[in-house]
Design a protein around this ligand. Structure first.
Ligand code: NAP
Ligand code: GLV
Length: 317
């Protein structure tokens, strides 16, 4: 059995596959693989481990006649046409759970960094602007007592809510279904999106990118936010109309925003780079040694199950 991996991943995942006797090939370059290189690498393979940067659409799938499984090295799988894969009897898997805490840490880091203007303060120091303690210098928003609105009450949304609760924040959430953990453990209320946007001091997005959630946060939704609102997105860039968000940030219609993900990444809107009231991260939500090793293990285990004729642990189609 042949397994193709579209980028170097932690070695524990590769070792698991090699121990099974599979012929494992890893794309050797330190950059995202091109469509043609993906096809060339995977056309004889039985399984492929893809990244969230690999767009696996119907045209690509049609060129991979032997593939039994696309094992995505991520929890989000919006990069894969899962219905086309299903039609072709190709399994698609993801890696949920193991990256929840690391990603919630990143969202929380953005939340406190934006609220308390930590990056701006660091820049202020480096520019030699500090001339002494000032009662009015770089004031931000206090976490305790403020309200955080969580969009998407799933694993990562819940893990962020738990952190916020520990800091004395009030929690409201928007999801399609009521979430017992939010309601009972965190005493959080499910509200409409409109209410969440207008009531929250901090807003954090944790829904997957789907046709329904594309630009869920657009011009009208941004208009509902408080002038003091801090907006955090660690889900997917396309959930937010980035151009409208940039306009609001420029005009100081909201206080600040923290980004780990971008619309059309890796391209980053140049206007964002000019803004002082944003914090920009290069999609590092799950980037800890521990978590990335666990993702590698799960991605490999999904492949092993599929190639052994079993149902993979995290099948999504
Ligand atoms: P999850 O457990 O599936 O949570 C997502 C939640 O969103 C679900 O519980 C769902 O609740 C809600 N939802 C889905 N569609 C919705 C809709 N149309 N309207 C309202 N709510 C909706 O997923 P997760 O593990 O927390 O991951 C969430 C996302 O984070 C991933 O899909 C991925 O894109 C992103 N992510 C990013 C990073 C990073 O590095 N920045 C790392 C990991 C994950 P209901 O069913 O109740 O609506
Ligand atoms: C990262 O963005 C993931 O979906 O795992």
């Amino acid at each position: 059995m042949k397994v193709f991996i579209t980028r170097k991943i932690p070695v524990n995942g590769i070792d698991l596959l090699k121990k099974k006797g599979y012929d494992v090939k890893v794309y050797p370059k330190e950059k995202p693989i091109s469509r043609q290189e993906l096809i060339n690498g995977a056309k004889d393979a039985d399984a492929v481990i893809t990244l969230l940067t690999d767009k696996v659409d119907d045209a690509i799938l049609s060129k991979l006649p032997k593939i039994k499984i696309i094992s995505n090295f991520a929890v989000g799988y919006n990069n894969i046409d899962i219905s086309s894969a299903a039609k072709r009897n190709i399994m698609v898997t993801n890696t949920p759970g193991v990256l929840t805490e690391a990603t919630a840490d990143t969202a929380f880091a953005l939340l406190i960094t934006c609220g308390r203007r930590i990056v701006e303060s660091d820049e202020f120091m480096r520019k030699g602007k500090f001339i002494g303690w000032d009662p009015m210098l770089l004031l931000g928003t206090e976490l305790k007592g403020s309200t955080v609105g969580i969009i998407g009450a799933g694993r990562i949304g819940a893990a962020l809510a738990k952190r916020c609760s520990g800091f004395g924040m009030k929690i409201i959430y928007f999801s399609r279904r009521k979430n017992e953990y939010f309601e009972n453990k965190l005493k959080a209320k499910k509200v409409t999106l409109t209410k969440l946007l207008s009531k929250s001091d901090f807003i954090s997005v944790h829904i997957p990118l789907t046709p329904e959630t594309h630009h869920l946060i657009g011009r009208e939704e941004i208009k509902l936010m408080k002038k003091s609102a801090v907006f955090i997105n660690t889900a997917r860039g396309e959930v937010v109309d980035e151009k409208e968000l940039i306009k609001a940030l420029k005009a100081k219609k909201i206080f600040s925003a923290g980004f780990d993900v971008y619309e059309g990444e890796p391209i980053v809107n140049k206007e964002l780079l000019k803004l002082k009231n944003v914090v920009l991260l290069p999609h590092i939500g799950s980037a800890t040694f521990e978590t990335r090793s666990k993702i590698a293990e799960i991605a490999a285990k999904n492949v092993i199950a599929a190639l052994s004729g079993k149902k993979p642990p995290f099948l999504v189609n």
